[in-house]
Design a protein around this ligand. Sequence first.
Ligand code: PLP
Length: 374
Amino acid sequence: MEIYFDNAATTPLSQRAAKTYIETAELYPGNPSSIHRLGRKAKDELERRRCHIASMLGVNERNLIFTSGATESISLFFSSLLWMEKGTIVVSRIEHEAVTSWTTYLKKIGWNIVKIKAKGGFVSPDELYSSLTPDTKVVAVMAVNNVTGAIEDTKGLVECVRKYEKENGKKILFFSDSVQALGKTGLDLKGSDVDGASFSAHKINGPRGVGLLYAKNPEMIRPIASAGGQENGHRGGTENLPGVAAFDEALTEWMENREDDEKRIGEYNKMLRKSLSKLGLEIVSPESASPYILSVLAPLPSEVFTRMLMDKGFCVSSGSACSNNAKGKSEGILEAMGIRNEKAKRAIRISMGRDTKEEDVISLCKAFGELING
Ligand code: PLP
């Protein structure tokens, strides 16, 4: 039996979400764009789900666009910049590849990209403020880091961007990749005034292939494929109604249990920190990080140690396993935090989810002990 500690990569579909998926597929066979009764029924259900998700996020439903996942949500936001006058994008050095692949491309076609440090895992509002110029059009800082769990001060970062905006009279868009924050610690769309945020269902026990883009001003979003004009013309293509319904159900489940789960996982996180530190391992996730994600430095290269843990029945990650070619990506994030490359190569990410149990944590600590002390 595998014991799963790779929830930051993906999570198992919850029973409630799976049931909702099947029921919705059976109950709403129509295409939401069809004008007959079954089509209208499907459209009503889609909008009901949108309203429900919007209420949980504390935003208006007209600001939500369903997509196939966070990578698409991020692409929808960043590809919309192609229609704007070029300028500078200020981006943190700890962003996920779904964002950095865009900044690399935008640089090639003439945008100026300024990368800011994240010492100890955090982007400092002061440093962000001092990197802004009258040419800055976009700032991108993720909400919760997928490798370390560091929770960024999104509210403080947006405030300093708004302050600069006022002084200069020019709009700056703030984008927050909020994938690892959804349903967990550190997400406040209502209080933080971001212009765009990305989410993904499969990180919270929803189905794969369903995501969400929050856009404060949906009019700025230009479709990648306009096709049938779905999602108010922002994202063409038949809507994945069963997927959206299951996403809503999964998020509801997370929100219902949020505080209890956070407390419980927080306790497990403390247990892991204590036990792994005792074994002499260096913890790289900041103390204040999301309890769900814990990165530590193993005594051996991470691929070797991950394999050794796998042989004992544990699934952990040797980096951010959200990429086909994860090797090197998490090292870059750790280096941006100030961790030297040869150390970063030994990073192991343990990520917990709602299904993680105390006995799983105890056996993982035991396995670490056996591998280190023999
Ligand atoms: N952003 C972050 C922070 C992530 O952890 C992930 C995970 O893969 C993504 C974006 C991409 O999400 P998706 O798999 O839904 O495209």
